[in-house]
Design a protein around this ligand. Sequence first.
Ligand code: URA
Length: 207
Amino acid sequence: MNEPRRPRVEHGALPAPTKEHLDDCRRCDLWEHATQGVPGEGPTGAKIMLVGEQPGNEEDLEGVPFVGPAGRMLRTLLDEAGIDAGRVYMTNAVKHFSFVLRGKRRIHKTPLQRQVSACHVWLESELVREKPAVIVALGATALAAIARRRISIADARASPITDAQGTPVVATYHPSAILRAPDHDARAALRASLVADLVRAAKMANG
Ligand code: URA
């Protein structure tokens, strides 16, 4: 039987979350059905950290964040905003794929609050280690994980927030919202908003 391994690291130790750390993590139950933990990725000294919700199906299989449909959309938007995707750090609030099975298909399931809380130590360690100049919260789950409370994207835009280290947070939509938008107008509006937020983040990052 595959015995759950004890977490090697307790909250507060703040190691760099390597793939091995995440594969050993038993802070919540998502490891049981996911293929692997998906650590953040990006160059040392990246000024912008993008935080999504959780790995999707393709990310789970490849072990790399933002390589599926939402990731491809995100990379297109970064390009439109004049940001080199190779110079930003990309990660997620939750490091294992949460899904439900429909037939053979694994369908994304929004992670539970307790799973987001359990995973927070890893996000915090990335924030402390990478020290970005600006954090972009992609969607409500990422925003709540960074702010450590439920706050709407509209409220975080109206009264900008920081993370626990005082790093400014740009709150915006998740790129998958564009993929799910019901019609052309909604898609175009979300897209313009997201690109404008990325441009704003780049300006903040460059002081
Ligand atoms: N892929 C990721 O890595 N994160 C998301 O939030 C969505 C897709």
